[in-house]
Design a binder for this molecule. Structure first.
Ligand SMILES: [Zn+2]
Length: 571
């Protein structure tokens, strides 16, 4: 295609509203334009990228027995009322009313509508398993749409749903989809990690998120450097430390009170006593269903309230406020597990089963206790996994070292179970004629988000660096002056030959300075650039520049096409 004909209006300046590289670069390079908050037009270069991602998705899903269909965007309220999500979704759902007063929504997701379809059409075990997917716009009225395609109000999703006879069938569907997702993101040229994630609001009992690793990612994850384990930091499990409970405290000095004026935070105490924060214990007082509970974590660790909720068996709790401590004898800033002013349940993080001695609050204003040995000077009612995982912790699977990274969630696989089939009466008759609920899974990929994440992972100060499999064009030919007949002749010949070989080629035929053309090629992010100049023609070569490495090589004219083919490889 000729560059002069490509509809890709570029911008010299970065628009102020764009905060992250993918948003900035897609606006600057002429991939998207904003219509309203979180609602975008995809320009031709973006559509080329999206279509490539979609083609890879389709191929990998069809190879695993999935069939594409297309569900309506406008969905009747009744289905959502049956599953109880009409109210749960709240303000995030775009709702509309037709001329007869019937209520509808713009689909934020499609579990209801597809389960209703399957409930109506599937009756027998012979029709299962069934795996159906679509690629389509979704709508969520985000309170703060931002980051371009990362958090839009209208966005393109691939959503797939599996319908199986039983849990074993679901396990197999899940395994296939996990395998498909791994293949899809690999083929897109992206570095991703599947991580164990929290099921959140969708419900279900197992889920993985596929994260594109990028410094700008919104999610903090940890992964094992020795095995496949990876998880969101909120979700990552931690084990009791090696050697937990082995006490060698006999020779340690006894507990002593130490004056710590106004030292209410761990940092203040550690600084004042010139100790690392890891030699202190953080004491948190929670009100749990009307009762005080003391929660202990090491001073340098962060309590994870999801884990606390799991341990307590309730999420109805809050940090005790000063008001509720009046008259109790508990002193904020100086709380500790030794001689509390009232009998209290004490829960401690696993990490406190090792290390020490520690400094703890003395339950007395301006005082702490030091030389405190866990097990000798106090015991907890329970030890549990209560803290946030951090790089350097031990892997819960193999005890290897966990490392940290940031990620952008581009896909998620869920085991839904029977939540929707129960609500919408999706049953089948088994071999014995007994009615059973269909067991479901759901599997999403944010298609636009994958494009944005690809940019977050692959860019530099000059622009986008597309991975070859999803680049809008593979090669750009830049004659320094297309008006020069010799350059034009060579450029046209290379264009024809490379196109013949199956490459998607851009030819910059514009009457612009070479610097402008090079800048645009870098900004748009075409993986390979062939430069044709008068000097090269004179000496018999063209120059091939690799966008990612900026490496330049000179290729003799007579073998240009075959050499370029051997460098780029197949697409
Ligand atoms: Zn491991």
């Amino acid at each position: 295609m000729l560059m002069s004909q490509v509809f890709a209006p570029t911008l010299r300046e970065t628009p102020k509203e764009a905060e992250i590289p993918s948003h900035q670069l897609m606006l600057r390079a002429g991939f998207i334009r904003k219509n309203a908050g979180g609602i975008y037009t995809y320009l031709p270069l973006a559509v080329r990228v999206l279509q490539k991602i979609e083609r890879i998705i389709r191929e990998e899903l069809e190879a695993r027995g999935c069939q594409e269909l297309l569900l309506p965007i406008i969905q009747p309220a009744e289905l959502w009322q049956q599953t109880g999500r009409w109210d749960v979704y709240g303000e995030e759902m775009f709702r509309l009313t037709d001329r007869h007063g019937r209520q509808f929504c713009l689909g934020p997701t499609h579990e209801e509508i597809i389960t209703a379809l399957v409930a109506a059409e599937v009756n027998s075990y012979r029709q299962l398993p069934l795996r159906l997917y679509q690629i389509q716009n979704k709508y969520r009225d985000e309170i703060r749409p931002r980051f371009g395609l990362m958090r839009g109000r209208e966005f393109i999703m691939k959503d797939c749903y599996s319908f199986d006879r039983d849990q074993a069938g679901l396990d197999e569907s899940y395994r296939l989809m996990y395998e498909a997702y791994t293949a899809i993101f690999n083929r897109c040229g992206l570095t991703t990690r599947p991580v164990e994630a929290d099921p959140g609001a969708i419900g279900g009992n197992a889920t993985h998120e596929f994260m594109v690793i990028a410094d700008t990612g919104e999610a903090a994850i940890v992964y094992c450097t020795e095995c496949d384990y990876a998880a969101n930091v909120e979700k990552a499990e931690l084990l009791p430390p090696a050697g937990a409970g082995e006490s060698s405290s006999v020779d340690l000095p006894v507990v002593e009170e130490v004056y710590t004026p106004d030292c209410k935070t761990i940092k203040e105490v550690a600084d004042y006593l010139q100790l690392p924060e890891s030699e202190t214990i953080k004491t948190l007082l929670y009100e749990v269903e009307g009762e005080f509970v003391m929660v202990l974590v090491r001073g340098d660790h962060t309590l994870n309230e999801y884990k606390l909720a799991a341990h307590l068996g309730t999420s109805t709790f809050r940090l005790a406020e000063d008001d509720s401590l009046v008259g109790t004898g508990f002193v904020t800033g100086f709380l500790g597990p030794i001689n509390p002013p009232a009998k209290i349940r004490v829960i401690a993080d696993y990490a406190l089963q090792a290390g020490g001695p520690y400094v703890v609050g003395a339950n007395k204003a301006d005082y702490h206790l030091r030389n405190v040995v866990v097990g000798r000077d106090f015991t907890a009612d329970a030890f549990a996994d209560l803290r946030q995982a951090e790089p350097g912790d031990s892997c819960p699977r193999c005890r290897g070292r966990l490392a940290g990274a940031r990620g952008i969630e581009v896909g998620q696989v869920f085991k839904l179970g029977t939540k929707y089939s129960k609500a919408l009466n999706a049953t089948y008759l088994d071999e014995n004629g007994v009615a059973r609920e269909i067991v479901m899974g759901c599997y999403g990929i944010g298609v636009g988000r994958t494009m944005a994440a690809a940019i977050e992972q692959n860019h530099d100060e000059d622009g986008i660096i597309w991975p070859l499999p999803i680049a809008p064009f593979h090669v750009i030919i830049v004659p320094v002056a297309y008006t020069d007949p010799a350059q034009k002749e060579l450029a046209d010949k290379l264009y024809a030959e490379l196109t013949e070989l199956g490459y998607e080629v851009l030819l910059d035929d514009r009457d612009e300075r070479p610097g402008v053309k090079f800048k645009d090629a870098d900004l748009i992010g075409i993986p390979y650039r062939i430069t044709i100049g008068p000097k090269g023609i004179q000496n018999g070569f063209v120059e091939l520049v690799t966008r990612r490495t900026r490496s330049k090589i000179e290729i003799p004219l007579e073998e240009a096409t075959s050499k370029i083919r051997s460098i780029i490889g197949s697409v």
